[in-house]
Write a new protein. Sequence first.
Length: 77
Amino acid sequence: MAVGFVLINTESAKTQDVYQELLMIKEIVELTPLFGEYDFHAKVVADDFDLLGKVVVDKIRVIPGITGTKTLTGINL
């Protein structure tokens, strides 16, 4: 299993629309709206890191209104 934490920026006028689209992505298990440098924090869980990357690139980054993402991957200690 792979876990990623995606920090998301949006266009101001599209924040609510982006939120609704993100809620429909089944791999997003937590979604938190934020104040500050980023607009959302999304916790993504996938079977492996390849699938995690595909979720970010093919499902999240293509949403109209998203202007940027930063993905942090989780590790096991």
